[in-house]
Design a protein. Structure first.
Length: 404
């Protein structure tokens, strides 16, 4: 047996044992217990392990979107539920559910927190609490095992960097820039990812990480704000973090990127969102992937075992393939997002009219209306998807109106 095969088999055994132990510890409860099930790899693994260590069918809960198949994962979730014989509940949303929950979600955030998936998280927590008091989730799997496209971008950056600068600047970047993009259509979503990769590419790891993580670019922020800062504070934070942590994972930029997301994105966004939305509904959420014994072991595994070719979560899938239905083995990665881009063009457009109108923006004196207007026009004409920018601004305006 080769050393690589021996290492792979050892990792698979240890990952399975450690995560099963983490799940089992979180099944101890004096109250009814269930699980969030998106149909993605991470939540499906948690449900599979729960089912194998529970004396009765696991209660599982999923959320989907009416008439928005690009965002609906309930078909995958149902297959996982059937595979594990769970007691499954499914909730389908439309824009009216979002409108109903929107004020209450923001009431439970004392800062302008603009991750749109906070709303479906709030709704699934509310429905789940009608049936159980504790729920297990698959949070943390993406940040531990390279589940986001950004990590694939880091792997491909070494090859893209071999292309002469002349061809990149004169041919590739201009061609990518003219591509239409949208989050609510799969083909156009791929165009958006390509554009993000190309525009964010840099010879500096810090700048790549920063470019692929930001929503508003620094030049955009400079134009958007009436009184902008001269310094790019976020880039400075990334550079300082990289300088501090670079020796932790020598010659392993994938693990460095994952570590920075575990310390930053995961606790600042993902866990904050789940904690506040579940707490608002008196639901306790437990996260087996973030058991410290499991996390410590995962970061001993090299990045190229987590991300192989075009496949993220390689070692995770190899370790748990046998407890997942075949439909989940090679399914594309979706985020737990709302179809906010499509809704802002139609059903939720009144939010733009209410919070981002010219008179309000001019009177407020914080933002340059011409920049906001260009974002809105580009989105409405489907030239490019600026829905995240617009949603961030709407959430800020709601918060500003309430507290300021």
């Amino acid at each position: 047996m080769s050393d690589n095969k021996r290492d792979l088999d050892g990792y698979k055994r240890n990952l399975y044992r450690l995560l099963e132990d983490a799940v089992t510890r979180r099944l101890i409860s004096d109250v009814p217990l269930g699980a969030f099930l998106s149909g993605g790899v991470d939540s499906s693994i948690i449900v599979g392990l729960m089912s194998r260590n529970s004396s009765r069918p696991v209660k599982t809960f999923s959320i989907g979107y009416k008439d928005m198949p690009s965002f609906d994962e309930t078909g995958y979730a149902l297959e996982v539920a059937r595979f594990n014989n769970t007691d499954h509940q499914e909730f389908n949303l439309d824009y009216r559910d979002v409108l109903e929950a929107f004020p209450e979600v923001l009431e439970n955030l004392d800062e302008p927190f603009a991750d749109s998936s906070a709303i479906p998280t709030f709704i699934v927590s509310r429905h789940t609490r009608n049936h159980v008091t504790v729920a297990l989730s698959g949070d943390g799997g993406d940040e531990l095992f390279a589940g986001y496209k950004m990590y694939q971008g880091e792997r491909w950056s070494r090859y893209y960097g071999l292309i002469p600068l002349f061809f990149r600047n004169r041919l590739i970047i201009p061609l990518a820039d003219i591509l239409p993009d949208a989050r609510d259509k799969r083909a156009l979503e791929m165009a958006r990812i390509i554009k993000k990769f190309v525009k964010g590419m840099s010879n500096s790891f810090s700048e790549r990480f920063y470019n692929w993580r930001e929503i508003f670019t620094f030049p955009m922020r400079q134009g958007l704000l009436m009184d902008p800062l001269d310094k790019n504070l976020y880039l400075d934070i990334i550079r300082n973090t990289v300088e501090t942590e670079k020796d932790r994972f020598p010659d392993d930029s994938i693990n460095l990127m994952l570590y920075m997301d575990v310390k930053g994105l995961l606790q600042g966004d993902m866990l904050t969102k789940v904690d506040r939305m579940s707490t608002a509904n008196s639901l306790e959420v437990r996260v087996p992937f973030l058991d410290y014994t499991f996390v410590e072991y995962v970061f001993r595994i090299k990045g190229d075992m987590k991300l192989r070719g075009k496949t993220g979560k390689y070692i995770l899938m190899e370790s748990f393939r046998h407890i997942l239905p075949p439909s989940v083995h090679n399914r594309p990665k979706y985020g737990f997002e709302m179809p906010v881009g499509a809704w802002l063009r139609k059903e939720l457009k009144f939010l733009i009219d209410e919070y981002l109108n010219r008179d309000l923006i001019k009177r407020q004196g914080i933002f340059n209306f011409e920049v906001i207007d260009e974002l809105i026009k580009n989105h409405m004409r489907s030239r490019r998807d600026t829905s995240w920018h617009i949603w961030n601004l709407i959430v800020f305006q709601y918060w500003y109106r309430k507290y300021m």
